[in-house]
Design a protein around this ligand. Structure first.
Ligand SMILES: [Fe+2]
Length: 417
């Protein structure tokens, strides 16, 4: 599903005029939202100043034993993020890290020519990629197909309204594996920092027909009624094809830590409130914004959160607390996040990017394209076609997929059990 991008300015102006007519009290609505949000951001700041973390944490064993209490569940929904600890043992995660390093080293990854950049990574130490475009190491494949992650994803997906009457928006218990890369960020690195943004596109959030349905409450004088965990229309939202946009439907973005990493180690930062998206969506309709502007939205790019347009939100940006090998981090696809500009710590901060892409028509179609990439060792279809692993003899093959892995990859008809 795509949107017409030929006359974006006209579309934006027409949209704004229509919304102002449809929702004449937009200004009052925004003021109310701002007041509630301001208190929310204050609470994030106060917690930070006390040296505590506001990001809810869950122990994996509590998911397994069905012991996660209601207040934690409410906190995850309010904050739009969580850290699930001890999903894998320290030993297991550290072993994956060693395997990964050896996979990169023995296959000469850092000495390969990058067809995109037209240079060798090793020419300049600082140019070594901190996110490695590899997809099919056995460590990654084994982590993705782990039954432990099935339990975590299933728990988190069930926080969504995934079903309405007879209609299943997506199956919370079955995964269509969305294959992503790995991060090995080295101390001193300043190349990987990312400024605050929201993934999943920008202009399409306002202009796409299905996205408009997702955010309908915000434009119907009912911002309090917006439920970020309502799965209706989410798997059908529009996208603009671009290397910056994920074409699958993700209920959660996430990663698994392979090494210990904390604030200052070049880690993830979040604005942990699901009210953030409401602010971002309503901000362009305020009086100080030119009619053709959608505040930080540029075609084919992630939604930028900027000091110019979203100043009150940025007070709430915090680094996630220390995580250890085997911990996992999850955030809602509407949540504002960034990556620390510099790795000032002393160890490599390494993660496997693994979120949740549950079974739905959109994700099943994505699998169809991804299957061939796996067989040939090419880059996953959403990413630049560097295809580094085509000639790596020890990349994962069909023999490394468990039955569950085959289902999640779409090689067995029962997808993603
Ligand atoms: Fe992102």
């Amino acid at each position: 599903m795509s949107i017409d991008t030929t006359n974006l300015v006209e579309q934006i102006i027409a949209l704004k005029r229509r919304i102002h007519k449809q929702c004449p009290n937009l200004k009052t609505q925004f003021k109310e939202l701002e007041a509630v949000l301001s208190k929310e951001i204050d609470s994030i700041q106060v917690t930070k100043e006390k040296g505590d973390s506001i990001i809810p944490e869950i122990n994996f064993s509590d998911i397994v034993n069905n012991h996660v209490n209601d207040s934690t569940i409410r906190a995850v929904k309010r904050r739009g993020c969580t850290i699930v600890r001890n999903v894998f043992s320290d030993n297991q995660a550290s072993r994956w890290y060693e395997e990964l390093e050896s996979y990169l080293e023995t296959n000469g990854f850092y000495y390969q020519k990058d067809p995109e950049l037209d240079n060798y990574f090793s020419d300049l130490k600082a140019d070594k990629p901190q996110i490695c475009a590899i997809y099919w190491s056995k460590a990654q494949v084994n982590a993705r197909q782990s039954p432990n992650l099935v339990k975590v994803r299933s728990f988190l997906n069930r926080l969504w309204n995934y079903q309405e009457n007879e209609k299943l928006h997506f199956d919370p218990d079955r995964e269509c594996s969305y294959v992503d890369r790995v991060r090995l960020r080295r101390p001193g690195d300043t190349t990987l920092g990312l400024s605050p943004h929201i993934d999943g596109g920008s202009v399409e959030r306002w202009l796409g027909e299905n996205y408009q349905k997702v955010y309908h409450s915000l434009f119907s004088s009912n911002w309090q009624g917006f439920n970020p965990f309502n799965g209706a229309y989410r798997p059908e939202v529009e996208g603009i094809d671009s290397p910056a946009v994920c074409r699958a439907f993700r209920t959660w973005q996430g990663w698994t830590a392979l090494t210990k990493q904390g604030p200052g180690d070049g880690t993830l930062q979040l604005i942990p409130t699901t009210l953030g998206i409401s602010y971002v969506m309503l901000r362009p309709f305020q009086d100080d914004v030119p009619e053709e502007i959608l505040c930080g939205a540029t075609e084919g790019r992630a939604q930028a959160i900027t000091d110019v347009w979203h100043h009150p939100l940025l007070r709430g940006l915090i680094s996630i607390p220390m995580v250890y090998p085997g911990d996992t981090v999850w955030w809602h696809p509407d949540l504002i996040h960034s990556v620390e500009q510099k790795h000032s710590g002393s160890g490599v901060s390494s993660v496997l990017y693994i979120g949740s892409t549950p079974r739905c028509e959109r994700n099943i179609s994505y699998l169809e394209r991804q299957k061939q990439s796996f067989i040939e060792g090419r880059s996953a279809p959403d990413f630049a076609p560097e295809d580094f692993e085509v000639n790596y003899p020890n990349r994962a093959s069909m023999a490394d997929l468990t039955e569950l892995g085959k289902q999640q990859m779409g090689f067995l008809s029962k997808v993603g059990s």
